[in-house]
Design a protein around this ligand. Structure first.
Ligand SMILES: [Zn+2]
Length: 239
């Protein structure tokens, strides 16, 4: 799994946003999975794609041919790499780009509604699943509902409502967990005015980042998540 696909980003802003995400998060955390880590990760993502929510640990173990304890041990290693999130009971509650936790980002795909960790993750799901999706989210400033439809198997923006949607890609990563740090500052806004109003009222730590057009943010999402398709394909023959 080679993440990201740098060829997917075509503007300096998209390259800056992707560089920040890679340096803070992906690069140090996601490199060099061993065979079983890679296999379990794919099973978890495939479970989300097929079922709309995290697979149970017992199902992951069965799919991987491991004992329950064996699968739980590998899930903890993946959690340590911040590739997935476990709840207090050790159950999977998220695996980038998907989450079962509270989120303002929901993606219609494959007849399911999938929760996404953040705006960038929501935009990457279509390319990851090689299908067009409808993203429902909300402006982080005014909470207005936003809708984004993709075309070209999730690789281009199609219809958008409202028309001026922009994305903020903030630079915050903490406590070894993007879900509770970096993801919280990857957000959609109605337009630049609402992005600027939100930034003006945000703590200083939330003001560092890159403003992306929707097309640029989609490029960043594709760069991160489209490569996961290669890993998924053996596991989701019905999709
Ligand atoms: Zn707004």
């Amino acid at each position: 799994m080679t993440i990201p696909d740098w060829g997917a980003v075509t503007t300096p802003q998209a390259q800056d946003a992707l560089t920040a995400i890679v340096e803070a998060f992906i690069g140090p955390k996601w490199d060099k999975l061993d065979e079983i880590e890679g296999r379990i990760h794919c099973i978890v993502l495939s479970g989300y794609a097929a079922g709309g929510r995290a697979p149970a640990t017992a199902d992951v173990a069965a799919a991987a041919g491991l004992t329950l304890d064996g699968a739980a041990s590998v899930l903890r290693r993946l959690s340590g790499r911040d590739l997935l999130i476990l709840d207090a009971g050790g159950r999977i509650s998220g695996a980038y780009p998907f989450t079962d936790g509270p989120t303002e980002h929901h993606v219609e795909a494959n007849g399911l509604t999938l929760g996404a960790m953040c705006a960038i993750d929501a935009l990457g799901i279509g390319a990851m699943l090689e299908r067009d999706v409808v993203i429902h989210s909300a402006c982080r400033h005014c909470a207005r509902p936003l809708t984004i439809r993709t075309r070209c198997y999730g690789r281009e923006v199609d219809q958008v409502e409202p028309s001026g949607i922009v994305v903020w890609s903030g630079h915050r990563y903490a406590a070894g967990c993007a879900a509770s740090s970096l993801c919280t500052v990857q957000a959609f806004f109605c337009d630049d005015a609402h992005l600027e109003a939100w930034r003006a009222n945000s703590p200083a730590a939330s003001r560092e980042g890159v403003r992306l057009s929707l097309a640029e943010a989609l490029e960043v999402g594709v760069a991160i998540f489209a490569p996961m398709r290669m890993e998924l394909s053996p596991w989701i023959p019905t999709i």
